[in-house]
Design a protein around this ligand. Structure first.
Ligand SMILES: [Zn+2]
Length: 71
């Protein structure tokens, strides 16, 4: 991660990438998805991130590249 863009120039998926925990492998991500999902009583899935080349968890069934989180 050598280049750093200002936050307002990041796409939603890049902001997600920064905000989320990263897992080095799919196997590890799935272990945490089960553990954290059980704690929060949600179903988490894992996806490979095109930005950091690592794995993140998402509560969405399918990762969507540029979704906006509406709180
Ligand atoms: Zn990422």
């Amino acid at each position: 991660m050598s280049k750093r863009k200002p936050l307002h120039l990041l796409s939603a998926s890049e902001r997600n990438c920064r905000a989320k925990g990263r897992y080095v492998s799919e196997r590890v991500a799935k272990i945490y998805a089960e553990r954290i999902g059980a704690q929060r009583e949600v179903r988490l899935s894992v996806y490979h991130c095109p930005h950091c080349k690592k794995w993140h968890l998402t509560s969405l069934p399918q990762p969507i590249d540029d979704f906006e989180v509406v709180a």
